[in-house]
Write a protein that binds this ligand. Structure first.
Ligand SMILES: Nc1ncnc2c1ncn2[C@@H]1O[C@H](COP(=O)(O)OP(=O)(O)OP(=O)(O)O)[C@@H](O)[C@H]1O
Ligand SMILES: [Mg+2]
Length: 488
């Protein structure tokens, strides 16, 4: 709305009746309306509060105890109404005194239409601009105070804080009041290792060479380390000197921690991949050695035995009886049986066919028995008797985890007994292996060289399952796996 054409309700405070009448008619002529005329200061206060006019024309010198300046002072305490003073003379002292009441203008008697119109319009214009400015300020203040980020304004020269919002407390542990009392507080709470970089970035900001965010670590009042990300704007004066730093600071600790975790996981996975490669090579070497040393030799002996037998039988003066041949054949036969057993053992090591033929429960039973025989560690088990649907990929993974767990027990646990449990519950197949050895420590679980453990965890996670290990000093270690069963 154009202010110039708004019809205003104006209160006239004037103790000279003729002038008051004159003002009233002037107001009418220039398109405004009188809200009433009063001649005393106390009446002016009362009417201002009751009528709430758009503007007050206030004579400075009034009869009675309350003059115009005093009345304006009291009105300003509760109301927000623009006041224009009417002065009869150029009394510098009086005008000086009136300035404390934030006047919106002065007009000198005798009044003329144009002067009055101009004084009213400029007062209303200023009043409206001030109102909008105040609303905008309040809006920004509300936004800033409700922001999750810390927002602050710092004097570039003295490092004193002009404004700090309340999120500063959450981010740093220090209240805004502590910032106001302690210039340069942020610089002081920057983590010692980051101080140099922080100061460098701050200087770059002030010289306008670092337009974008930078990240640094602080020590929160609680003693915890926090990562902050700061975006800054520098306010410069007319001579292009940096005067203020306005900054928005975000807590990025969680993101930084995730990044660190991701880095360490990537490192572990890289190590695991190398480890798997190595294991595969070692396994190949082992199999080729077994085939070469065991089977190769046995087959060579067999071949020699057979050719010897042939040669002996074909000799002209051969005294070989049928009985001798049968005895020799029997020996060769038992050698063949041994070779068959060795082949079976190699095949079983590569992939226990019991898993395909009889399923996971029997494979666990068989392997537990083998483990006890091989290591002398007593192995008891309680295995689920209900039928369940589990694809071969999951069964192999669970079996491999059991093998690695048994190997770990044999190598590290110093245990006397092991309990194996397999339960089918809530759509998951849950396998626990518990030994009574020395108990794995948290450091051993987390150390980046624990590739057996990492391999187990990865294997189960890949199947959508959960893997967990817990050690208790001198009481033992418990490995738990939960793998989702296949929908029937
Ligand atoms: N049942 C257990 N009882 C006590 N300590 C254990 C047990 N299982 C594992 N540990 C500890 O955890 C460590 C990590 O085990 P992990 O299987 O990852 O590696 P590893 O067995 O040392 O080597 P590999 O990579 O050949 O498996 C072991 O070195 C051992 O100190
Ligand atoms: Mg291991």
């Amino acid at each position: 709305m154009n202010l110039m054409f708004k019809k205003l309700k104006i209160l006239i405070v004037e103790d000279e009746k003729i002038i008051a009448k004159d003002i009233e008619s002037t107001l009418k002529r220039i398109g405004h309306e009188s809200a009433g005329t009063v001649s005393r200061g106390d009446e002016a206060i009362k009417q201002a509060m009751e009528l709430k006019p758009d503007l007050i024309l206030m004579d400075i010198t009034l009869k009675g105890e309350v003059d115009g300046i005093e009345a304006a002072k009291i009105i300003n305490e509760t109301e927000h109404i623009p006041i224009v003073y009417i002065t009869a003379h150029q009394d510098e002292d009086t005008i000086e005194k009136s300035k404390a009441t934030n006047p919106y203008g002065y007009i000198t008697k005798p009044l003329d239409d144009r002067d009055l119109n101009t004084a009213i319009n400029s007062a209303i214009y200023r009043f409206d601009v001030e109102k909008r400015l105040k609303e905008a300020e309040e809006r920004y203040f509300r936004l800033s105070e409700n922001a999750v980020d810390m927002i602050y304004t710092e004097d570039a020269a003295t490092s004193s804080y002009k404004y700090v919002n309340r999120s500063a407390y959450e981010l740093t542990g220090y209240k805004p009041s502590e910032f106001y009392e302690s210039p340069g507080l942020i610089e002081r709470i920057v983590h010692p290792e980051w101080k140099e970089l922080y100061n460098f970035c701050r200087n770059q900001i002030l010289t306008g060479e670092l337009p974008v965010p930078f990240e640094f670590m602080i020590v929160h009042k609680s003693g915890k380390e926090k990562w902050l990300n700061q975006r800054s704007v520098v306010v410069k004066d007319k001579k292009h000197n940096s005067v203020l730093i306005e900054a928005i600071v975000t807590d990025v600790t969680e993101r930084r921690n995730h990044e660190k975790q991701l880095e360490s996981t990537t490192e572990k996975l890289r190590a695991l991949s190398n480890y798997l490669q190595k294991v595969r090579e070692e396994e190949r070497l082992h199999i080729s050695r077994e085939i070469h040393d065991e089977l190769g030799q046995d087959l060579t002996v067999l071949k020699m035995d057979l050719s010897m037998l042939g040669k002996k039988a074909l000799k002209e003066d051969s005294v070989l009886s049928m009985k001798d041949v049968v005895a020799e054949m029997k020996r060769i036969n038992s050698s063949i049986d041994e070779i068959v057993n060795k082949v079976r053992k190699i095949a079983t090591d590569l992939r226990p066919d019991i898993l395909d033929k009889l399923g996971l429960v029997e494979a666990i039973e068989w392997h537990s028995g083998e483990f006890e025989k091989r290591t002398g560690i007593k192995c008891s088990y309680e295995l689920c008797e209900q039928d369940f649907e589990l694809n071969i990929e999951k069964a192999i993974s669970m079996f491999r985890v059991l093998q690695e767990t048994f190997t770990n027990i044999a190598r590290h646990a110093n245990a006397e007994s092991v309990k194996v449990n397999l339960v089918n519950q809530n759509g998951f197949l849950s396998l626990t292996v518990e030994d009574n050895g020395k108990g794995i420590t948290e450091e051993e679980i987390e150390k980046s060289t624990s590739l057996g453990i990492l391999g187990m965890r990865e294997r189960i996670t890949l199947l959508g399952g959960m893997w967990h290990i817990k050690g208790s000093k001198d009481k033992g270690t418990k490995v738990t796996i939960n793998v989702p069963l296949d929908a029937v």
